[in-house]
Ligand binder design. Sequence first.
Ligand SMILES: Cc1cc2nc3c(=O)[nH]c(=O)nc-3n(C[C@H](O)[C@H](O)[C@H](O)COP(=O)(O)O)c2cc1C
Length: 178
Amino acid sequence: MSFFELVKKRRSCRKYLSRPIVRETLQRCLEAARLAPSACNSQPWHFIVVQGKFLKDELSRVAFSGVHSMNSFAKEAPVLVVVVRNKSLYSAQLGGQLRGTQYNLIDLGIACQHLILQAQEEGLGSCWIGWFDERAVKKILKVPRDKKVDIIISLGYSGEKLQEVKTRKLLSEISEFR
Ligand SMILES: Cc1cc2nc3c(=O)[nH]c(=O)nc-3n(C[C@H](O)[C@H](O)[C@H](O)COP(=O)(O)O)c2cc1C
């Protein structure tokens, strides 16, 4: 598949088969994330791959209940990747403060999308999940208080036929040539 085909094909997947994902496949997804660029090469990320049934059930229960239950579809995913955001290197932090830009968030987004596109290449479905109980997730995974967990990525073989048509603004609305 060409890169463009891959990008066009990727959709958020919210229904998963129970089929497990082999370690090598997950490692290639993580490797794609590892190779992502970042401000001052800070690499301000850490990926916790949760696939053990007991921990995953417990994590899903606390992450996606109450006001966060719209994401309870993720309980069925065989893998949840919890993305931990670290501080950037001091130079990137300083530059970011001067610019009013939070580079480590940009970095994290790039790395996550690398992971997700590799997952697509591997034939996996995925979904970015930004709405969950972060405090509970950090507690259960013992993530230090000074770190952020902005995103969880659900991964698994898709149990639904995803349409390739995407609802997007027109190119003319989002871009211009000068
Ligand atoms: C930062 C971010 C957070 C998101 N959070 C959620 C979420 O909490 N739950 C969910 O079902 N989808 C979530 N999504 C998926 C978006 O809804 C989805 O990408 C968008 O509607 C476009 O659809 P597509 O991914 O199928 O192309 C999130 C996506 C991003 C990039």
